[in-house]
Design a protein around this ligand. Structure first.
Ligand code: G4P
Length: 291
């Protein structure tokens, strides 16, 4: 489901998360490993206050492992933060976070009290998949409504860890145009303001520049196309996406490129490196008034 965030939604989400925060010892922030910058919301830092935060770079199966390693190093240097790359859809992986959770809140563990954890993140990063994997069963399907429910249930994960059954849902970066494109390339947002073809052209440009070998291998190209539109045309010829008169069906090719990237068929590709913080605006949406 596509969610369009308005300032009212953001305010509501932030307010509700603040209300449940006193019952939370550790925040688990889920991000997409391909776009950690754009799928992170800096408001988490403010919401969690002094509580530690475990940053989960999820969908690491789809990301470039060398760049994921850079991100893990980057986040681990932040105060109160540990970072972990995860492929939640792979059986048994999710439980890697359990020992980290205990290590990160040693006092609770020493006192024999459970570590109370809460998952947060923008839509589509894998929050509900992670909750279900940790719980070992399907908890009610998490919607992408900009809210946490007040009737949160605690799920005991064993080994002294409890998890809120509904995640804190936050908004993606919205001020930065490139983030909008990257979120759309991964499928995290389905923004009608950006057409499918524009998103595919953005992706094609990026792949040509950063992953030329991956596109050449995937689409069996003998030489590298000079630009994004030429790449889409070359894929169209290879895949027979031609309209009458031999014109490339750009919509169909756009679908092929984006769907194959999202399914990991081009190999592990990351759209952002930590160097992005040097060039991007740090703002993450409308400032939200406290009340
Ligand atoms: P959310 O609660 O944060 O909104 O995300 P959710 O768990 O619903 O996951 C969104 C999509 O991401 C799901 O695919 C899910 O299977 C997929 N996903 C979650 N973790 C991983 C991972 O580690 N690797 C990969 N490759 N995929 C992962 P879906 O149901 O097919 O949804 P959609 O892709 O059609 O939106």
């Amino acid at each position: 489901m596509a969610v369009i965030w308005y300032p009212g939604h953001m305010h509501k989400a932030q307010k509700q998360i603040k209300e449940v925060m006193p019952q939370v010892d550790l925040v688990i922030e889920v991000m997409d490993a391909r776009i950690p910058f754009s799928s992170e919301n800096p408001v988490v830092k403010e919401l969690r206050g002094p509580r530690p935060c475990l940053k989960v770079l999820n969908k690491s199966d789809l990301a470039d492992p060398a760049i994921t390693a850079q991100w893990l190093n980057y986040f681990s240097q932040q105060e109160g933060v540990r970072a972990l790359a995860l492929t939640t859809t792979r059986k048994g992986e999710a439980c890697k976070i359990l020992s980290l959770c205990r290590e990160m809140v040693p006092l609770r563990a020493q006192r024999g009290e459970p570590v109370r954890t809460m998952i947060m993140g923008i839509p589509n990063v894998g929050k509900s998949t992670l909750i279900n994997a940790l719980a070992g069963r399907a908890i009610a399907k998490v919607g992408n409504e900009p809210a946490v429910t007040k009737q949160q249930q605690r799920i005991s994960l064993g080994n002294g860890i409890v998890l809120s059954d509904t995640p804190g849902i936050l908004w993606p970066r919205m001020e930065n145009e490139d983030s909008g494109y990257r979120l759309a390339v991964t499928g995290a947002i389905k923004n009608a303001a950006i057409s499918f073809e524009e998103v595919a052209l953005y992706a094609a440009d990026f792949f040509l520049l950063h992953y030329p070998q991956a596109v050449m291998a995937r689409y069996k190209l003998s030489e590298l196309p000079v630009g994004a539109i030429e790449l889409l045309e070359a894929i169209g010829r290879k895949r027979g996406c031609l309209r009458a008169g031999g014109v490339t069906d750009i919509h169909k090719v756009s679908e092929i490129l984006l769907n194959e990237f999202r399914a990991g068929q081009l190999g592990g590709i990351s759209l952002e490196t930590p160097a992005i913080y040097e060039t991007s605006d740090e703002d993450c949406g409308e400032p939200v008034a406290d009340d």
